[in-house]
Design a protein. Structure first.
Length: 335
C-alpha cells in the first residue's frame, strides 16, 4: 500500500546561519537563563534533518514511506525584522523547492512564511504554490505573543482559501509566562518541567487553544473553503467538542454553526507519530477516516513499530486504511 506522510521536517544550515544573528525567539528570551540554556541544548539540527539523499531515504525505506511532505522544523524567529524575514523565507522556500525538484516522486513541500509581514506572507504562499507547486504552508505558535485570530493575519488565510491549499499547524513553545506559571516548578526537575511545557503536554494545549480561537473569531464563516491540518490527533480538542458545543452555542458565539462543525468540516488530523490504536479508533469514530492523514513527525518521534505495520494491523476496513495511508493526502494536497 502506498504511504504518504505529511508532517516530516527539514532543515538547511544556510537558513539556520541566516537567522542566527537575530537572536532567540521572543518566547525564549523571556525565560530564566537556566531554562534557555537547557532548551538550546535540546535543539536538534543534525543530519536527520539536513541529509536527504542518505539518512532520510534510509528512514523512508525502513518505514515503507513513499512520499514525505517536507516542512522546516523551526520558522524564522519573530526577532527577525520583517524585511529580512521575507528575504530569508524566500531563500528557505527556494532551497526546499530544489530538494523537491531533485526527487519529485518522493517529496512535496509546505511553504514557510514570514509571519512578521502577513501581506508579504500571503504573496510568498502564492509564489510557492504557483511557481514551486508547494501543497500548502506550515505555521507554528504565535507571533510576538499575537494569536493568529488577530485581524492582521487574515491576508494569509484569505490567500490559502483562494489557492485552495491547507495550512498545517505545528506546535511551538508556549509563551514564557505560561511556561513559568503552569509548567515549571521547584517540586520536580527542570527537564521534567520542560517536557511538561512542550511535547509532553503544554504545546499541544497551546495549539488546540489557538485553533479554537480561530474558530471563535469567525474566520471559517468568512472563508468557508479555508482548510487546516492539526497534528497529534487534534491537540486534545476532539475530546472537548461536545462540551464546547454545550456551553458555547451559536446564540452566544455569533457563529453560523456549532463549534464542532468547523472541526469536522474545515480541519484534517494527523497522528504526528503517536501510534496509539485507541486514539486512532476514537478519531475515526468522531471524524471519519476521510479526515485523517498519516504523519510520522520525522525525525522527532522514536520508532519501534513500522508505520505501515501499525496502520495495516489497525482495526479498520481496507478502504479506511487506503484513505488514511494516501488517499486523503492525495485529495487534500492534490498530489
Amino acid at each position: 500500500m502506498k504511504i504518504i506522510t505529511i508532517e516530516e521536517h527539514y532543515a538547511d544550515k544556510r537558513i539556520i546561519d541566516a537567522t542566527a544573528p537575530y537572536g532567540e525567539p521572543s518566547y525564549m528570551a523571556q525565560l530564566p537563563e537556566k531554562v534557555r540554556e537547557a532548551y538550546n541544548s535540546m535543539r536538534f539540527t543534525g543530519d536527520k534533518l539536513t541529509d536527504v539523499d542518505t539518512v532520510r531515504f534510509d528512514f523512508m525505506q525502513e518505514q515503507k514511506v513513499d512520499i514525505q511532505v517536507l516542512s522546516y522544523t523551526n520558522p524564522v524567529p519573530d526577532t527577525v525584522p520583517p524585511q529580512e524575514a521575507v528575504r530569508i523565507c524566500k531563500e528557505a522556500n527556494d532551497i526546499l523547492a530544489d530538494v523537491v525538484k531533485k526527487h519529485p516522486d518522493r517529496f512535496a513541500a509546505f511553504a514557510t512564511l514570514p509571519m512578521a509581514d502577513p501581506v508579504e506572507a500571503a504573496r510568498e504562499l502564492e509564489r510557492c504554490v504557483r511557481e514551486h507547486r508547494f501543497v500548502g504552508a506550515l505555521i507554528t505558535g504565535t507571533y510576538q505573543g499575537k494569536f493568529y485570530d488577530d485581524p492582521m493575519f487574515f491576508p494569509i488565510f484569505e490567500k490559502a482559501a483562494e489557492l485552495d491549499v491547507p495550512i498545517s499547524w505545528h506546535p511551538e513553545f508556549p509563551a514564557a509566562n505560561v511556561q513559568t506559571h503552569y509548567y515549571l516548578s521547584d517540586n520536580y526537575s527542570l527537564s521534567t518541567g520542560m517536557q511538561f511545557a512542550t511535547a509532553g503536554f503544554g504545546w499541544h494545549l497551546d495549539v488546540g487553544l489557538h485553533m479554537t480561537r480561530l474558530v471563535l473569531s469567525g474566520v471559517f464563516d468568512k472563508l468557508p473553503k479555508l482548510k487546516f491540518i492539526s497534528g497529534h490527533w487534534g491537540e486534545a480538542i476532539p475530546f472537548m467538542l461536545d462540551r464546547m458545543d454545550q456551553i458555547m452555542r451559536p446564540q452566544t458565539t455569533g457563529l453560523k454553526k456549532k463549534i464542532s462543525t468547523y472541526f469536522h468540516e474545515n480541519i484534517w488530523y494527523t497522528p504526528s507519530g503517536i501510534l496509539s490504536k485507541d486514539q486512532l479508533a476514537y478519531m475515526v469514530k468522531v471524524f471519519g477516516a476521510e479526515h485523517i492523514i498519516w504523519a510520522l513527525d520525522y525525525p522527532y518521534v522514536p520508532f519501534g513499530t513500522c508505520s505501515t505495520d501499525f496502520l495495516m494491523n489497525a482495526d479498520l476496513t481496507d478502504e479506511q486504511k487506503e484513505m488514511i495511508a494516501h488517499g486523503n493526502a492525495e485529495k487534500l494536497l492534490k498530489l
